[in-house]
Design a protein around this ligand. Sequence first.
Ligand SMILES: Cc1cc2nc3c(=O)[nH]c(=O)nc-3n(C[C@H](O)[C@H](O)[C@H](O)COP(=O)(O)OP(=O)(O)OC[C@H]3O[C@@H](n4cnc5c(N)ncnc54)[C@H](O)[C@@H]3O)c2cc1C
Length: 355
Amino acid sequence: MKNLVVVGGGYGGMRILARFLPSQLPEDVTITLIDRNPYHCLKTEYYALAAGTISDQHVRVAFPEHPRLKITYGDVTGFDLEKKKVLMKDAEAINYDDLIIGLGCEDNYHGVPGAQENTYSIQSIEKSRETYQTLNNLAPGSIVSIVGAGLSGVELASELNESRPDLRIKLFDRGNHILSAFPVRLSTYVENWFDSHGVEIVSNSNITKVEPNTLYNHEESIYSDVIVWTAGIQPSKIVREMDVEKDRQGRVVLTPHHNIPGNEHVYVIGDCASLPHAPSAQLAEGQAEQVVQILLKRWNNEELPESLPTIKLKGILGSLGKKHGFGMVAERPLTGRVARLLKSGILWMYKYHNG
Ligand SMILES: Cc1cc2nc3c(=O)[nH]c(=O)nc-3n(C[C@H](O)[C@H](O)[C@H](O)COP(=O)(O)OP(=O)(O)OC[C@H]3O[C@@H](n4cnc5c(N)ncnc54)[C@H](O)[C@@H]3O)c2cc1C
């Protein structure tokens, strides 16, 4: 029996399982899934968990069950690529024949002194729970500073505004406009929404230092009861520490078949992989689909195509509380209630298809 080890049951890992199980997994292959959590976590909803508008159970999806799927819960600490082992914290290493690494990402503090120590995060479920508790225990009128107005910062600021309209929320962003990855028209729509809801946007900011309850924008010190960091991501530390080639963001450089160059038994997916698009759940899933096809061909000794088709992305949707949204769908900007309904519908479908 060959053992395919999938490290990380996030969006990429779950898509691998969904495509192999129940019926596409060759008879002589077993899968071992390793994750520190006993369920798949819906990371795209962490902003709502932190804001307190959904329950913890709402962001959990059970891992699938199958006679040839073994699930090991624990913390991965590294890889021995020569001996083909996954190294575990306080447990025996796990042997693999083929390995798929999908450990996701963590915050990138860009070297800002004190940022890691003095800010809250929504990059993991554990950290989102801490953020939820702290935000929701705040006294009325407290100041919450959110650093970074990309998708996750905007979603958190708007959801928190809806959950706790008594708080004073400040949203700091480097650019002239928030949501720099989106067309200006969408940024303006979202800025107007914040304006009408009393959320302060601090544009052209440069956070130079963070101390307990204080952040420094350029030279100016700003008191905040809570500071949340949503200003950038980087791949999991375990992946950053791997002795393989990486791009400027620390993501692993891969062959066109998604394996590490010179090692056709190790694949890297999702936020850890160097791909020609910004990291997203959709991208992790699209890449996972391709890895499944490659593995099936390799196991069957079939010839591989020289290159694979470009991974198609359908667009991206963001929420502004529970009633409004924004996004790009089929390369067209979409705003308002329709965008929000579409986002809720996609989440519903995801949960439905993943049991
Ligand atoms: C607030 C927010 C909103 C977002 N909204 C969107 C959106 O609308 N659309 C979109 O496409 N993307 C969105 N994203 C991005 C998306 O969540 C990620 O790109 C996606 O989760 C990447 O999938 P992945 O499989 O690479 O990793 P993940 O889904 O992060 O999964 C990683 C898995 O690895 C496990 N793990 C990590 N380290 C270890 C370890 N050491 N040992 C054992 N297990 C470990 C984790 O428990 C987890 O199960 C959003 C992200 C955030 C934070």
